[in-house]
Design a binder for this molecule. Structure first.
Ligand SMILES: Nc1ncnc2c1ncn2[C@@H]1O[C@H](COP(=O)(O)OP(=O)(O)OP(=O)(O)O)[C@@H](O)[C@H]1O
Ligand SMILES: [Mg+2]
Length: 254
C-alpha cells in the first residue's frame, strides 16, 4: 500500500509519518519517502543518517525532464519491469533499527537553483512505477500544502492521509484534498493531530459543518514536541498509542 501523508504546514505530517512507520514496522517492511523539498529533519526524527538523495542518482535536477519517465524508470528499475525499492543502490537508503528504510527524493538548497518541479516529477514517477509486495508499505511525507497535488504526485498512490491541526486553515485544506481525490477513487483519511480534550469537541463541530469525518485523533504529546525542539529521534507516549490505534482503526494493520 502506498500512502501519502498530506496537510497544512506544521500540522504534524513528518511526526505522524515517523510514528506510523514505527507502528507499521511491527508487521510490514516500511519505506518512508521524504518528498519534502525543504525540511531536513526527517532522518533525525527516524534516528538515521540522511541517505543520498535520489535526484543525485538520476544525474541532478537539470537532467530529470530531459530523461523523462521512461529513462527514470530504466535507471531505477534494475530488474526491468518496475521499480522495487529493495533494489535501490547502496547509499540511497538509510535503515533504522526498527527496519524502516528512509529514501530522500531531493532538496532545494541554493539561491536561484530552480523550482521543485523535477523533484515532484521523480516522486510521481517512482510511485506510479513501484512494484510492492504484500508485506511492504510505502509512506510518503509530503511538503506542506497543495503544490504536490497540482503536480499530480499522488497519481500512483492508494491512499491519502490528511493531517489537520486544530486550525480552520488546516480543515479548509483537508476539505480541498478530499474533493480533489474523490474522482480518483483513493482512500481518504482525516486525522486530527495535537488534540487536547477541550479542542476535540470544538473541532468535531467544524468538521461536520464541512461535511468531513475524523478517522483518528492523535493527542498533543510533550515528548513529540520536545524531540522536534531538540532535533532528536522522535519519542512519543500518548501520540504513539493513538497512532497504533489509528492504523488498526483505518484497517492498515489488523
Ligand atoms: N502530537 C503532537 N504533539 C505535540 N507536538 C506535535 C505533535 N505533532 C507534531 N507536533 C509538533 O508540531 C511541529 C510540527 O510538526 P511536524 O514537523 O511533524 O509537522 P509537518 O506538518 O511535517 O511540518 P512541515 O509542513 O514544516 O513539514 C513540531 O514542533 C512537532 O513537535
Ligand atoms: Mg514535515
Amino acid at each position: 500500500m502506498k500512502i501519502m501523508i498530506c496537510g497544512k504546514g506544521g500540522s504534524g505530517k513528518s511526526s505522524l509519518s515517523v510514528l506510523m512507520a514505527k507502528a507499521l514496522s511491527e508487521k510490514f517492511k516500511v519505506y518512508l519517502i521524504d518528498s519534502d523539498e525543504s525540511n531536513t529533519l526527517l532522518p533525525d526524527m527516524l534516528g538515521v543518517k540522511p541517505p543520498k538523495p535520489i535526484v543525485e542518482y538520476l544525474g541532478g535536477r537539470r537532467e530529470i525532464f530531459k530523461k523523462g519517465e521512461v529513462n527514470i524508470v530504466k535507471a531505477l528499475a534494475k530488474a526491468g519491469e518496475g521499480i522495487a525499492l529493495s533494489e535501490l543502490p547502496e547509499g540511497y537508503v538509510s535503515t533504522s533499527r526498527e527496519g524502516i528504510s528512509l529514501i530522500i527524493i531531493g532538496k532545494v538548497r541554493n539561491f536561484g537553483e530552480g523550482c521543485a518541479c523535477p523533484l515532484n516529477f521523480i516522486t510521481r514517477t517512482l510511485l506510479k512505477n513501484l512494484i510492492l509486495s504484500e508485506d511492504e508499505v510505502v509512506l510518503v511525507d509530503t511538503d506542506a500544502g497543495i503544490e504536490h497535488v497540482g503536480r499530480g504526485v499522488e497519481q500512483g498512490s492508494d491512499a491519502i492521509l490528511a493531517v489537520v491541526d486544530p486550525t480552520a486553515e488546516s480543515l479548509k485544506l483537508a476539505k480541498l484534498l478530499k474533493e480533489e481525490f474523490k474522482p480518483l477513487n483513493k482512500k481518504f483519511w482525516l486525522v486530527l493531530n495535537k488534540a487536547t480534550p477541550n479542542l476535540v469537541k470544538r473541532i468535531e463541530g467544524k468538521v461536520r459543518d464541512l461535511n468531513l469525518q475524523i478517522d483518528g485523533v492523535i493527542r498533543f504529546d510533550e515528548s513529540v514536541f520536545e524531540s522536534c525542539l531538540e532535533g532528536k529521534p522522535l519519542t512519543a507516549k500518548e501520540a504513539f498509542q493513538d497512532v497504533k490505534n489509528l492504523v488498526k482503526e483505518i484497517g492498515i494493520l489488523s
